[in-house]
Design a protein around this ligand. Structure first.
Ligand code: SF4
Length: 496
């Protein structure tokens, strides 16, 4: 078996993953491979190549790694100072170095990550590369990790030296190199064995990356089980399982489930009932709201590379909003919406329309309001002239998720999630009006982000269709909130 950087680090996370890839890859859930994340990695990697000045990239050819190795040797021999995707192999261990800096006394390895922080798994990645290069006779002088700087705020042209942070990891990696050969051999041995490795499920199933074989390895767990408890930490769920507490019924009466949301979840399973509603608490929440009610939801884009002045890596930049307004309990529902132009910075236009749509001191509802409040506060920071009004909207915001996250309103079908995408079908099963699958083109926040970013460059006809899809998607988000609010009102009107 040939190891690569990614298969080596995958094996570090869990050797069984490698075995599954070799013997049962058809069981892999491909959805854990997020194409947007891969695209972001490529975008950041391409930009990073220019950080150290002139460079030459070795063209990727999965059918001809030997050719890539020969090209790397040529570039080094020709005195190219920075070789990107520099390719080496030793005894079936392949690696491509993101940026190999070639100097008179030896080479410097630079590993590029699109994240804004260091993860322990990166050290294994760098140790593997260093070991392969050592074995290939290269004099490795230093190993660095280059990642995005979360504190960088763009002003004018992109400043690569501010956008990226380069951290010298030579000392930490040096301590790990001695183990790489033994580990690589052990991983190849596991991959080659006939029998499925006996490895218990554990933290490695979700950390540092979610594994694609959960459905296979976790199939012995009942449905639902303690991993499905709302907001349970992985360590706690594993501890419960080690104590024989596996199903939600196992968890009852043992003081292991402490918050009200989890208690409601367990109670429904134990008593075999479909919902638990604490009507007085729901009423208390509804009594904090005053008409007219403004139901607000943003869509955003989140580029790794800040595209506009005053933005930073991975900032959630609002691109559109939907607003339903209910002026009195039985008034006709009003709808307002705004979607920025795809070209240029959308923030000013979003902020201006928002303050025009929501008056001062209005009772505004968002679902999981931390997100909307955060975006509004960032708009206020960016546009001081609009800040008093924007901050007033944020200060008067109420969170429609509270009755669900507190466990005052629980429907069994919600499982362990309070997200609107779990609550809505639980409250309104088979309601075509609230079915995201019935929408054209855009069905979730990720697709909305991608669709907005793709608008730029579309011909006008295509762009008009996609803009309409974006508007209808966002409209459904706030219509869903209105229907959820109505459901809460019903709950306190109907004796349980
Ligand atoms: S689900 Fe867990 S145990 Fe199974 S291969 Fe993945 S990480 Fe390993």
């Amino acid at each position: 078996m040939r190891l690569s950087k990614s298969s080596y680090t995958q094996g570090i996370q869990c050797p069984k993953m490698l075995w599954m890839d070799c013997h049962m890859s058809e069981m892999r859930d491909e959805s854990v491979m997020n194409q947007d994340v891969l695209d972001t990695g490529n975008e950041v990697g391409d930009l990073a190549m220019g950080y150290f000045g002139d460079y030459v990239e070795v063209p990727y050819d999965p059918a001809d790694f030997d050719g890539m190795i020969r090209r790397t040797e040529e570039l080094i021999a020709n005195g190219v100072p920075n070789v990107c995707e520099a390719t080496f192999a030793y005894d079936g261990n392949l690696c491509m170095v993101d940026i190999l800096r070639v100097e008179a006394d030896g080479v410097h390895i630079v590993e590029v990550k699109s994240s804004t922080h260091i993860n322990d798994i990166y050290f294994h990645d760098m140790a593997y590369q260093t070991w392969v290069l050592d074995k290939c006779g290269m004099a490795v002088k230093s190993i660095s990790l280059m990642h995005l700087n979360s504190r960088y705020v763009r002003k004018g042209e992109l400043d690569l030296h501010e956008l990226f942070v380069v951290e010298d990891c030579t000392a930490q990696v040096a301590e790990m190199i001695a183990d790489v050969e033994r580990t690589a051999l052990a991983l190849k041995k596991v991959a080659a064995q006939d029998d499925e490795p006996k490895i218990a499920i554990g933290r490695q199933c979700k950390s540092p990356y979610e594994c694609g074989y959960l459905a296979w390895c976790w199939r012995h767990l009942p449905n639902p089980n303690v991993f499905d408890l709302c907001r349970i930490r992985m360590d706690k769920a594993l501890k419960l399982i080690s104590q024989g507490v596996v199903s939600l019924k196992d968890a009852t009466g043992k003081g292991m489930v402490t918050n009200q949301r989890q208690k409601a979840q367990v109670a429904c399973e134990v008593q075999d009932v479909e919902f638990k509603i604490d009507a007085p608490k729901v009423k208390e929440f509804l009594d904090t709201l005053t008409f007219p009610l403004y139901f607000l939801d943003f869509e955003t884009m989140q580029p790794a590379i800040p595209p506009f002045d005053g933005t930073w890596p991975y900032q959630q930049i609002p691109t559109q909003y939907s607003l339903h307004v209910l002026r009195a309990p039985n008034a006709e529902l009003e709808h307002y919406e705004f979607l920025a132009e795809a070209k240029g910075d959308p923030r000013r236009s979003v902020a201006e329309h928002l303050v025009a749509s929501i008056p001062l001191n209005a009772c505004t509802l968002a679902y999981n309001m931390g997100f909307e409040k955060g975006r509004i506060r960032e708009l206020a920071d960016a546009f001081p002239d609009l800040a008093p009004h924007l901050l007033n909207i944020a200060e008067n915001m109420h969170d429609l998720m509270v009755p669900f996250s507190k466990g005052w309103y629980y429907v069994r079908a919600m499982g362990g999630s309070n997200s609107i995408k779990a609550v809505l079908p639980a409250l309104f099963p088979d309601d075509p009006e609230l079915d995201y699958h019935a929408l054209e083109g855009v069905h979730n926040g990720g697709e909305a982000m991608r669709a907005f970013e793709d608008l730029y460059g579309m011909d006008p006809g295509e762009a008009a269709i996609v803009r309409e899809q974006l508007l209808r998607y966002c409209e459904l988000d706030t219509l869903a909130m209105v229907r959820v609010w109505e459901k809460l009102r019903e709950a306190i009107a109907t004796p349980q």
